[in-house]
Design a protein around this ligand. Sequence first.
Ligand SMILES: Nc1nc2c(ncn2[C@@H]2O[C@H](COP(=O)(O)OP(=O)(O)OP(=O)(O)O)[C@@H](O)[C@H]2O)c(=O)[nH]1
Length: 205
Amino acid sequence: MNDIKLAVLGGEGVGKSALIVRFLTRRFIGEYASSSECIYRKRLSIDGRQLNLELYDPCSQACEGKSTLTDQIHWADGFVVVYDISDRSSFIKAKAIVHLIRELNLGVAKRDADTLVFLVGNKQDLCHVREVRREEGQRLAAESQTQFYELSAAEHYQEVVLMFSKMVHNASLGGKAKERRRRPSGSKSMAKLINNVFGKRRKSV
Ligand SMILES: Nc1nc2c(ncn2[C@@H]2O[C@H](COP(=O)(O)OP(=O)(O)OP(=O)(O)O)[C@@H](O)[C@H]2O)c(=O)[nH]1
């Protein structure tokens, strides 16, 4: 069975947990614990294939054993980089993260790299207090060869599911997940890395 590892990254309070919880449970709860990083696990069937999905939700605050952004980037097969359209500073942070992913993943085949990073402008329902224009998101995505989405975890269930499903599909076809399938011995060291980086904190949904 394929293992797919996705990291949802971005600045503080942009809605990372809200997007993950929306995708996994259909619900938008409103408030989410953010004092520890965690990995959500779920079995999925995509295109008739069984997949073990691991979704990493980082902790924005200082917390014990916190992994670095570099560790998170090395661990993941695919990335959903989130900013809040009503918060310009979160867009600047998202830009820096996208650039770091590009720098650290230089070895990944270009065709794979293009499909494994999504830039997501969240909180579209707050467009009356928008600080980042849609075109700016589109431009950054085009410059950094990522795919662009603007949506709302609060209001757009279908779009959130579509976005994550697309990423799971892309990650299952390309990049590190493909490498792991080719070289099963690599899975041992990967498992070790996960435990080193994230300890044993995992959640099943
Ligand atoms: N209006 C609106 N609020 C949202 C949306 N998504 C998340 N929020 C709110 O934004 C706040 C932060 O959401 P979280 O999901 O905790 O954000 P996070 O990025 O995981 O936060 P940290 O882990 O603290 O960095 C919460 O009050 C959410 O209810 C959205 O699409 N629209």
